[in-house]
Design a protein around this ligand. Structure first.
Ligand SMILES: NC(=O)c1ccc[n+]([C@@H]2O[C@H](COP(=O)([O-])OP(=O)(O)OC[C@H]3O[C@@H](n4cnc5c(N)ncnc54)[C@H](OP(=O)(O)O)[C@@H]3O)[C@@H](O)[C@H]2O)c1
Length: 316
C-alpha cells in the first residue's frame, strides 16, 4: 500500500470521539502523499462495496485522489491498498456510520476544510422491497436518514467550497424507482425521487457557478444492495440486472457526455428528453390565479337551484 491512510470518525461511541481528523494529520497526509497531476480529491460515500467501490477504482484511474467513506473498515482498507498500489493516487479511508450524528459532523468538517475536494459522490444508501404496510416504519425512518438527510448534509458541507473555488462535481446516486415508484417499496422510491428532485434544483442553481451536478438512475445492479434489502438479486430476471462495472462505466460516460440525468439502461436519450420536455411544458401551467375551467364548471353545477325551486347549496 503506497499512499493509503485510515482515519476514524466517531460513530456511536465505538470509536474515540477524539480520533476525528486533526489538522496536523491532514497536513501530513497532503504533504507526504499527494501525487502529481491530481484532479483533486473525490469523496465517495458507500465506498466499501458495490457502486461506491466501483467509482473509487475508476476515479483513481482517471487521476482523482480519494476519500473513501463507509463503516466496514477492513473492506475500505483493502480497497484503498489495492487502488493506491494500482494507480499511485492518495487514498484516505474515513470510517464512519453516516447515521450517527457525530460521525456525520466529522465528515462535514472534512468536506468543509479540505480545499483539494473536487468531487462528491453520494452513493451510500439502503433499500427496501417489502410493500409499505408490511415494512417497519422505524426502518423506513432509518432509510430516510441515510438516503436523504445524509445526502443533504454532505451537499451543504461540500457545495460552498465548490462555489468559492468555481469548480466541483456532485454525483448523486438516485434510482429508476425515482420515476417508477410503483416498483419496490414506496418509501425507498420516495427517497430516490427526493435525490432526483434535489439534484435537479442544484443543477439549476449551481451550473452557472462552474459546478457539475449529475443524477444517476440505475436500474437493478449486481451488488449486495438486494441482499441487504431482503431480496436475493438472483431472484430477479437476469435480463433486467446490470453488471456493476458496466453500470458505473455508463454513469461516468454520461458524466463525460455532459448529461444531467444518466439512466444506464435507457436505450434512447430522446426518451428522457421527451419526458423532460413534457415536464417543462407542465411547468408553464402550474401557477394561475384561477382554477382550470373543468373545476369551475363542476363548482357552477353544484350551485344550480334544486328541482323543488330552493336554491342549491355548494358541494351537497
Ligand atoms: N444495486 C442496485 O440495484 C441499485 C439500483 C439503483 C440505485 N442504487 C443505489 O445505489 C447506491 C449504492 O448501492 P449499492 O448497490 O452499491 O449497495 P451496496 O453494495 O449494499 O453498498 C451500499 C454502501 O453503503 C454503505 N452504507 C450503508 N449504510 C451505511 C451507513 N449507515 N453509514 C455509512 N455507509 C453506509 C455500505 O458500506 P458499509 O456497510 O461499510 O457501511 C456500502 O458501501 C444506493 O444509494 C442505492 O440506493 C442501487
Amino acid at each position: 500500500m503506497r499512499h493509503a491512510r485510515t482515519l476514524n470518525l466517531p460513530d456511536n461511541g465505538t470509536n474515540d470521539v477524539n480520533a476525528t481528523i486533526s489538522d496536523a494529520t491532514r497536513v501530513a497526509i497532503k504533504a507526504g502523499c499527494r501525487a502529481a497531476m491530481s484532479l483533486g480529491t473525490a469523496l465517495i460515500t458507500g465506498a466499501s462495496g458495490g457502486i461506491g467501490a466501483a467509482y473509487a477504482e475508476r476515479l483513481a484511474r482517471r487521476g482523482y485522489d480519494l476519500a473513501l467513506v463507509g463503516r466496514n473498515r477492513s473492506r475500505l482498507n483493502t480497497l484503498a491498498a489495492h487502488v493506491s498500489d494500482e494507480t499511485g493516487r492518495e487514498v484516505q479511508v474515513l470510517v464512519a456510520d453516516l447515521s450517527d450524528r457525530k460521525a456525520l459532523a466529522g465528515l462535514e468538517s472534512f468536506l468543509i476544510e479540505d480545499a483539494t475536494l473536487s468531487m462528491l459522490v453520494n452513493s451510500a444508501g439502503i433499500g427496501a422491497v417489502a410493500p409499505l404496510l408490511q415494512s417497519d416504519v422505524a426502518k423506513m425512518e432509518e432509510m430516510i436518514t441515510l438516503n436523504i438527510s445524509v445526502v443533504i448534509r454532505l451537499i451543504y458541507a461540500a457545495a460552498p467550497g465548490f462555489v468559492a473555488r468555481g469548480k466541483g462535481t456532485i454525483i448523486n446516486i438516485s434510482s429508476t424507482v425515482a420515476i417508477g415508484p410503483e416498483t419496490l417499496n414506496g418509501v425507498y422510491a420516495g427517497t430516490k425521487a427526493f435525490v432526483l428532485a434535489l439534484s435537479q434544483s442544484l443543477h439549476h442553481e449551481l451550473s452557472g457557478k462552474g459546478i457539475r451536478v449529475q443524477a444517476v438512475l440505475p436500474g437493478p445492479t449486481l451488488t449486495e444492495f438486494w441482499k441487504v434489502a431482503g431480496m436475493p438479486v438472483h431472484s430477479l430476471p437476469s435480463e433486467i440486472v446490470m453488471p456493476l462495472g458496466e453500470m458505473v462505466d455508463a454513469a461516468l460516460a454520461g458524466l463525460e457526455l455532459g448529461e444531467f440525468a444518466t439512466i444506464p439502461s435507457l436505450p434512447h436519450i430522446a426518451d428522457w428528453d421527451a419526458f423532460e420536455a413534457a415536464r417543462q411544458k407542465l411547468l408553464l401551467n402550474l401557477s394561475h390565479a384561477h382554477p382550470a375551467a373543468r373545476y369551475r364548471k363542476q363548482s357552477n353545477k353544484q350551485q344550480l337551484p334544486s328541482r323543488d325551486g330552493n336554491s342549491g347549496k355548494r358541494y351537497q
